[in-house]
Every structure is written in structure tokens, then in C-alpha cells.
Design a protein around this ligand. Structure first.
Ligand SMILES: [Zn+2]
Length: 293
């Protein structure tokens, strides 16, 4: 007969399952589970812990089974039957009562199959002795240390990818912001930021990179004398327009903060100012998000 719940199990099987739970306690498995969950929450950013969880609990169940069988010699068949019976209970969703057990009902039946097979094996010696426990512990500690190192490195690399651009003119105020619409420009929103300044004021590179263009002929004539730079630290190009003079030539590698030219009034302007644009994948992006203004 197939048992539906604990009441349908034989007294012997119930005793064996109880012994299994008691053995967990004796083995200090609850402490191990607590420590493991603690590790999971401390190192939440390392998905490896979560992935190893079922391996960890399965190994614990197998060890516990082996310990139980050491205590009750010649009861292999009863124990295997008890496991089979509890597997049936786990798979009956309505009969969840009495499952204060360690074993997670969510576990698939494959671990039960392994456990039943192991219980029936001729020798039930515990495969995970103290040395293996120590190795496992050391591995977990190392994993934790590596997670921290990895997280720190990740942060550093994120920082280098998000280097804030410098303000191209130290003392200048923004006369027109990104996306602004004004009569002079027509219906098209502003593609960059304008810094009001005086003729001849030095312009410094917001980002390091390679100069692609430094002339007044390659781009639209409205830009006047213009510098286009392929940024080194991000996937963007920076464009500086309406210059009076150039301090760089095409092909030159420049560092962040290097003087690249001076403020002018070339191209379509109403007065001297610097117009800067940031271009990402051929689209103008808001410089406010990338410059430290
Ligand atoms: Zn502008």
C-alpha cells in the first residue's frame, strides 16, 4: 500500500525518520545551515553561494542518512522504505503537515533517489569526514574573500568607466542648456550645452582621447572652427564648436584637461561662446549626465 501521509507509515518508519531529524541536530547541521544562509546573505552579490545551496543541503542529507544507518544496523530496507514514503508525502501538496523537516519540500525527487540508493548500498560509511569538512569550510572562506575582492575590483572598473568629464572652461556659465528650444535656433532643441565666455579664453578637454577633426570644413559650417575627439574612457565623441583657434591637430592624442583651443565666434553665433556636444552611437546625449559642471 502507498502511504499518503505520516499516519500511513509504519511505526518503525516514523521512528527512523525521527531518528534522521535527531541525527541532524546531533551533527549540528542546523548550525551549518544557519552559517550557510548567513554566508548567502553576506555575499549576496556572489551568485555562486545560491547555486551551491542545493549541493550543500544534499550532501548534508546523505551524511545524515549514513549516520542514521550506523546507529540502526540491518535496517537499510526499512530506512529506504521510510525515505520512499516521505518522498510520496512531499509529492502530495495537500499533506504538508508534519514537515518541520530539514529537507526542503521544494527539492526534486532526484535527491531522494540518490538517498534511497545510498541507503541501500552495501557499506554506509560516511564519505565526508572531518578533513573534507575543513576543506569545504576553507573553500567557503576563500570564496567569500574572492567575492569581496571581485566586488571591489568591479567598483573600481565601474569608476574608471564613468570618469566624469571636466568643465571645459573653468569660469563660465551655461547660457543655453541641452534640449532647450529658442527662437534663434528654430524648432530644433539644443543638441549640446553653451558656455558663455570671452574671445580667446582657453578651452580644456573634458575627456582624454584622440583628435578626429580640428578644422572648419569637415562638419556643418554652422559649427565654425570645431574639434571632434574620440574619447578614450567611454564610447563617446566630444565636440567643441565656434572656436577662435586650435591648439591641437587631427590624429593627436590628448589628456583630460589639456588646452585644445580658444573660445571664438566662428560659425552661426550671436556672440563668443563654446558649444559642446557629447555623441554616443551617433546620438547626442545630455552632457549634464557626463560632465562635472
Ligand atoms: Zn550651442
Amino acid at each position: 500500500m502507498i502511504p499518503n501521509n505520516f499516519d500511513d507509515m509504519s511505526l518503525e518508519q516514523n521512528k527512523l525518520l525521527l531518528l534522521h531529524e535527531l541525527t541532524h541536530v546531533k551533527r549540528h547541521d542546523p548550525v551549518a545551515v544557519f552559517l550557510y544562509r548567513l554566508c548567502c546573505s553576506i555575499f549576496w552579490f556572489n551568485p555562486l553561494y545560491k547555486q551551491l545551496e542545493s549541493g550543500f543541503t544534499n550532501a548534508m542529507e546523505l551524511n545524515c542518512d549514513a549516520d542514521v544507518l550506523k546507529q540502526v544496523l540491518n535496517k537499510k530496507f526499512d530506512y529506504a522504505r521510510a525515505l520512499l514514503a516521505s518522498l510520496k508525502i512531499y509529492q502530495t501538496p495537500l499533506n504538508m503537515h508534519g514537515l518541520t523537516l530539514f529537507s526542503d519540500p521544494k527539492h526534486d525527487k532526484s535527491i531522494f533517489e540518490v538517498r534511497i540508493r545510498e541507503a541501500m548500498a552495501s557499506d554506509n560509511k560516511n564519505r565526508y569526514d572531518i578533513i573534507q569538512k575543513l576543506v569545504l569550510l576553507t573553500a567557503f572562506i576563500l570564496l567569500g574573500v574572492f567575492s569581496f575582492i571581485a566586488k571591489a575590483t568591479l567598483n573600481v572598473s565601474q569608476l574608471t568607466n564613468n570618469v566624469k568629464g571636466l568643465k571645459p572652461i573653468k569660469e563660465a556659465w551655461i547660457s543655453s542648456n541641452f534640449d532647450e528650444v529658442n527662437e534663434y535656433r528654430g524648432p530644433k532643441p539644443h543638441q549640446g550645452i553653451d558656455f558663455a565666455s570671452k574671445m580667446g579664453i582657453k578651452i580644456t578637454a573634458s575627456f582624454s582621447g584622440r583628435v578626429l577633426i580640428a578644422n572648419s570644413t569637415s562638419l556643418h559650417k554652422n559649427y565654425g572652427k570645431v574639434i571632434l575627439i574620440q574619447n578614450a574612457d567611454n564610447n563617446m565623441q566630444s565636440l567643441y564648436a565656434h572656436l577662435d583657434s586650435f591648439n591641437v591637430t587631427a590624429g593627436q592624442i590628448i589628456n583630460q584637461g589639456d588646452v585644445i583651443g580658444t573660445v571664438g565666434n566662428t560659425g552661426r553665433v550671436t556672440g563668443p561662446h563654446l558649444h559642446i556636444e557629447l555623441i554616443k552611437n551617433n546620438k547626442r546625449v545630455n552632457p549634464n549626465n557626463y560632465l562635472d559642471l
